[in-house]
Design a protein around this ligand. Structure first.
Ligand SMILES: CC(C)(COP(=O)(O)OP(=O)(O)OC[C@H]1O[C@@H](n2cnc3c(N)ncnc32)[C@H](O)[C@@H]1OP(=O)(O)O)[C@@H](O)C(=O)NCCC(=O)NCCS
Length: 322
């Protein structure tokens, strides 16, 4: 059954399976009902999302969620397949995958990517990775999922020659052009292993579209940037946020330092005040989640200093379909 977010009854059943399967994890993450619905029901500049439901005798037993990228990696469609535990090992995941492959080909995509296969923190293994390997996907990259219990005591580390600026949901007009450059740099420089990635060329219009989408999804965001005082250049930024739908779970989004400003301690210089603002704003205990490539040594070092601990490994897999 096709799912597009516009029929509330269908979408609730779809979401219950997708969200329910995620709860098997010790530290589950995943979008809430309204956050997901807005993505599927609306038009967005970055990607469109839709889904499939597998219904047996009126019972929703499995689902597939698709992200069809419209900018950047447009050769690829991301898919997440989930089957209820009591219905596994009966070929239902494979059935959903067959339809996913047909849909990817019909849309002219060459690669089906499974980007969020979560498993054991050391080996990365899980039912999902066993399934992916059995069905011909190739493992392309791994990221460490780390968590930090908030609130923490924060030691801020300002860097001479840089000023801190902060904003919430709306990037100030004066920074938006430079912020688009930094986000483009982020899409180029984040370690991706052998994963297929194309640069997302961020523009002020794309940023405003993403901001509108986040607001519609009920998300809140805290952003902190460092400005190089002498040149007026935006040198680094970080963003964290969450949604009232899952209040005990906060997410670290991007952290990026412009190439020409690296090696000055700007990573922690922006993260620490952002964390301070975030934990003051949410005013309750919560867990902050982050994902980083193990080879991204500077970022892991910053996270270690802040007290993050590893809880899982997330691996990315790809299946050529053309
Ligand atoms: C991954 C998942 C979707 C598989 O669903 P499923 O309906 O059990 O899949 P299938 O029955 O079609 O399994 C196909 C093959 O994958 C392999 N496989 C699946 N689960 C496995 C497991 N737990 N251990 C070892 N191999 C496994 C087997 O080779 C299996 O064939 P077999 O049963 O004939 O041996 C399901 O376990 C799930 O929802 N997991 C949590 C969510 C997740 O990780 N999704 C990632 C997919 S993008």
């Amino acid at each position: 059954m096709a799912v597009d977010g516009r029929d509330p009854e269908v979408f609730d059943k779809f979401h219950a399976v997708k969200f329910g399967v995620r709860q098997e994890l010790e530290f589950p993450v995943g979008m809430g009902l309204e956050e997901s619905r807005v993505l599927m029901a609306g038009e967005h500049a970055e990607a469109r999302a839709d889904g499939l439901g597998l219904v047996v005798d009126g019972v929703w037993v499995g689902v597939a969620w698709f992200d069809w990228w419209l900018v950047g990696t447009t050769d690829t469609v991301d898919v997440e397949i989930a089957v209820l535990p009591e219905w596994r090992r009966r070929g239902l995941g494979s059935r959903l995958l067959e339809v996913a492959v047909e849909r990817a080909r019909a849309d002219g995509r060459n690669v089906l990517a499974g980007g969020i296969l979560t498993g054991d923190p050391v080996t990365g293994d899980s039912a999902g990775t066993a399934f992916a390997a059995a069905r011909g996907f190739v493992r392309k990259h791994a990221e460490l999922h780390q968590v930090l219990d908030l609130p923490i005591v924060i030691a801020e580390k300002p860097v001479a020659g840089y000023e801190i600026v902060q904003w919430r949901e709306h990037t100030p007009d004066e920074w938006i052009e430079q912020f688009a450059d930094l986000q483009t740099g982020m899409s180029q420089d984040v370690p991706a292993g052998e994963r297929i990635t194309e640069t997302v060329h961020w523009t002020p219009e794309l940023i405003r579209d993403a901001e509108r989408r986040r607001l519609a999804q009920g998300r809140f965001t805290y952003a902190t940037a460092a400005v190089h005082t002498a040149s007026g250049e935006l040198a680094a930024y970080t963003q964290m946020g969450g949604t009232p739908e899952t209040p005990d779970r906060l997410l670290q989004y991007d952290t990026y330092v412009r190439r020409s400003h690296r090696g000055n301690g700007l990573g922690i210089a922006v993260k620490a005040p952002n964390l301070r603002a975030l934990q003051a704003g949410v005013a309750r205990p919560a867990v902050l989640h982050t994902w980083n490539a193990p080879e991204n040594a500077p970022m892991i070092a910053v996270n270690d200093k802040l007290g993050f601990r590893p809880v899982a490994q997330r691996t990315s897999w790809e299946l050529p379909v053309s």
